[in-house]
Design a protein. Structure first.
Length: 171
């Protein structure tokens, strides 16, 4: 009965994905759902989730504030001569972190899009969808974990060097 009610909610209403996943987990831990039912409902929740429902309830106001803030920032940069330094002096660009820490989006203006890179729980990910407002835990199909191959490359280089030395000593 609880399973059917939750399934009906996921198929016929708007919901915030994280809230529904929390509710499914709660029902499972209270033995109101079997493991199979919980897994099926989690998959259904992710399949039918709409990013718009995960935005803050005052999204329009936030978007307006964001637009105004960007306008003010542009005016300040113009007044400072773009960098705050004297005109004509060369400036170094600020380094951009390749995999910045995940920040929960508040709306469409800062949702993650295909190709965006993040660090989440000390793991690196690349976004595989546009308009993603969920963490890699909440919606795994939207994220591809990046495996750092630099450690393997260093190990492989050592093995190659060792093999080269062995081959040279045999000759």
């Amino acid at each position: 009965m609880i399973y059917d009610a939750e399934k009906d909610i996921l198929l016929n209403t708007s919901y915030k994905l994280e809230d529904e996943l929390d509710k499914i987990y709660f029902l499972y831990t209270k033995n109101k759902l079997t493991k199979e039912e919980a897994e099926e409902l989690e998959e259904l929740a992710r399949e039918n989730a709409n990013p718009v429902n995960s935005y803050a309830p005052i999204q329009e106001q936030i978007d307006n504030i964001y637009t105004e803030l960007n306008s003010i920032k542009a005016e300040i940069k113009e007044l400072k001569g773009q960098t705050g330094e004297e005109p004509g002096e060369p400036t170094e660009p600020e380094p951009v972190e390749e995999y910045p820490e995940y920040v929960q989006p508040t709306g469409a203006h800062d949702a993650y899009n295909t190709g965006d890179k993040i660090t989440y729980n000390n793991k690196k990910y690349v976004c595989k969808m546009d308009g993603c407002v969920w963490t890699p835990d909440a919606y795994p199909p939207a994220w591809q974990e990046v495996v750092d191959s630099t450690e393997n490359s260093a190990e492989n280089a050592e093995v190659v060097a060792e093999n080269t030395e062995e081959n040279e000593s045999e000759e």
